[in-house]
Design a protein around this ligand. Structure first.
Ligand SMILES: Cc1cc2nc3c(=O)[nH]c(=O)nc-3n(C[C@H](O)[C@H](O)[C@H](O)COP(=O)(O)O)c2cc1C
Length: 182
């Protein structure tokens, strides 16, 4: 059975990001994928201390909620990172997670594990879909170094109201299909 792990990084637990990631998961479940979701605002993820041990060993030395999340990533076939845009980028909770992922590559920046499919979910207030593409591209290039290859990006625009995604049938379907075809 394939495994998917999703990380939701919005403080609004019923907001747009949450709505879209739930659709991705529903699609994956309908395709028989085993799914797990972590709500990052409920997690204790300490900031990376820069000790560099993970670069040698592949393992972070800090014992907090990250350890279980990292185990899920290693075992997953597919990963979902879902975040609203706060000041042009992913939220700080997602960045805390990403900084801790350096154990996914070795000292030569080569992934330690087989490539995984990655679905990105973003929700932004700005109605212009082009507004933060440079951020998205740089995220994609960085995550590829970890062996996480973006296969689909779900982007909600104009999402200041937390119910915007729930009223966007086209995007909900796109999110569902992204999960289903993983
Ligand atoms: C602190 C903060 C910073 C934000 N910065 C941006 C931004 O730079 N660009 C933007 O388009 N929207 C910005 N927004 C709006 C959110 O991205 C938008 O409301 C998003 O849909 C929230 O997702 P959610 O419903 O999943 O929480 C910001 C919101 C907050 C609270």
């Amino acid at each position: 059975m394939k495994k998917m792990v999703a990380f939701m990084a919005s403080p609004r637990k019923n907001g747009n990001t949450a709505t879209l990631v739930k659709e991705v998961i529903r699609g994956a479940q309908d395709a028989g994928v085993e799914t797990t979701i972590f709500n990052l605002y409920d997690m204790n993820i300490r900031p990376c201390q820069g000790c560099q041990v993970c670069r040698k060993t592949g393992k972070c030395v800090m014992e907090d909620d990250f350890q279980n999340m990292f185990k899920h990533i290693i075992e997953a076939d597919a990963v979902v990172f879902a975040s609203p845009i706060f000041v042009w980028q992913i939220t700080a909770q997602m960045k805390l997670l990403w900084d801790r992922l350096c154990g996914l590559f070795d000292e030569n920046h080569k992934p330690r594990y087989a490539p995984k499919s990655l679905i990105m979910v973003y929700s932004q207030g700005n109605p212009n879909a082009q507004a933060f593409q440079t951020s998205f591209q740089s995220n994609e290039a960085m995550l590829k170094m970890f062996g996480l290859n973006v296969v689909n990006t779900i982007l909600l625009t104009g999402g200041l109201d937390p119910n915007t995604a729930a009223n966007n049938q086209e995007l909900l379907l796109k999110a569902y299909e992204a999960g289903k075809t993983i």
